[in-house]
Design a protein around this ligand. Structure first.
Ligand code: PMP
Length: 368
């Protein structure tokens, strides 16, 4: 790192846009004026240029290898964030279907997705953790999933509450998963899903691109009357280039995927690192359970977003101030739930999780 402000970087626990690997940022810096093999910057070349087409293809190939995506799936790079998917999914997969969309509600984002689906068709809530303030996941026996549903929607990681499915669910209807805040944190069995979507700006790159992995047979549900941009079948047949794609975001996501493959060594290794980082932080919460009041039930905890609060707001303010003083940034919880949220995505280095755990131990010893 040699740019003027590089030394001012703190450990960034932001929920998104979020931390990126330093080596990726350095590579972007080094390639910014002129992309290797191109006559200009990534910000300046045409999306139809051979250089950009190669970048897009390489990004798709890396995701396909990392997640072991079977050949009967399409990988789309879209815009509009995960929120547009809240609408596109029911527009394409619910409209005209006999069965309802079944929703498993484990937190705020699932609720938002469900509200958008309701505008399109019939929705059934098959699990709702509202009564316990979204602190837990369902057990397999809690879920009455129907083979006649148009699809079943889950949010694999609820970013605000910090609850996360740690394995792939079995569903008799196509399983649709919002993986925005845990995309590529572990290997997945893609064949268990009909559609997986993720905005990039948490675990996979910058804001601007949203990945949609869709089983090809589901493309047949997209009705020709849908607006072109919003039609998955159209996007697939146009290779995600029906309009100008977010070239810089796709380029950066490709570099993050390269980092995952070549520097980390794949998603099993990434998963082991993520488990280690999260356990550093959770072990402090477990050591001082009266002081650090964890939001998620232990068996539903997220490896990506660690959420907890204190008995009073004054302690929270002092915690945030003390954390900032030792270089730990963006730890404030979401405005809707308060408290503290430490987002420890793939690119958060082990040293960052360790620094947070050390600060938490010190703070509890002095204030607990
Ligand atoms: N789903 C989840 C799980 C999220 O965390 C977020 C963003 N925080 C969204 C959806 C919405 O993403 P976007 O802002 O890209 O629309």
């Amino acid at each position: 790192m040699s740019s003027a402000n590089a030394g001012k970087r703190l450990f960034n626990f932001s929920p998104g846009p979020a931390v990126l690997p330093v080596s990726v940022l350095e590579r972007i810096r080094d390639e910014m004026l002129c992309l290797p093999g191109a006559p200009a910057s990534i910000l300046e070349i045409s999306h139809r240029s051979p250089q950009f087409i190669a970048i897009q293809e390489r990004a798709q190939q890396r995701l396909t290898r990392l997640l072991n995506i079977p050949s009967d799936y399409e990988v789309l790079f879209l815009q509009g964030g995960a929120r547009l998917q809240f609408s596109m999914i029911p527009m394409n997969l619910l409209r005209g279907q006999a069965g309802p969309a079944q929703f498993v509600l484990t937190g705020s984002w699932g609720k938002y997705a469900q509200a958008e689906a309701l505008k399109e068709g019939q929705v059934e809530i098959v699990y709702n953790a509202k009564a316990t303030n979204y602190d837990r996941l369902p057990s397999a026996s809690d879920l009455k999933l129907s083979p006649n549903a148009a699809y079943v929607h889950i949010t694999s990681n609820e970013t605000i509450q910090g609850v996360q499915f740690q394995s792939d669910l079995d569903s008799p209807a196509p399983l649709v998963c919002d993986s925005s805040s845990d995309f590529m944190y572990r290997p997945m069995d893609i064949s268990k899903y009909g559609l997986i979507y993720a905005c990039a700006q948490k675990n996979a790159g910058p804001a601007g691109v949203t990945v949609v992995i869709i089983r090809k047979d589901l493309l047949e549900r997209s009705n020709d009357s849908l607006p072109g941009y919003l039609n998955y079948k159209n996007q697939a047949s146009e290779g995600s280039m029906w309009n100008t794609p977010p070239t810089f975001a796709i380029y950066t996501m490709g570099l993050v995927a390269e980092w995952l493959e070549e520097t980390i060594g794949g998603l099993s290794k990434m998963h082991a690192i993520n488990q280690q980082k999260a356990s550093l932080v959770y072990s402090v919460i477990d050591k001082y359970p009266q002081f650090y009041q964890g939001h998620a039930q232990p068996e539903s905890r997220s490896l990506m977003n660690v959420t907890f609060r204190f008995a009073d707001e004054d302690t929270e303010k002092r915690f945030l101030k003390g954390a900032a003083a030792v270089g730990l940034d963006s730890l404030k919880g979401h405005r809707s739930v308060g408290g503290i949220r430490a987002s420890i995505y793939n690119a958060m280095p082990m040293a960052g999780a360790q620094a947070l755990a050390d600060f938490m131990t010190d703070f509890a010893t002095k204030n607990g």
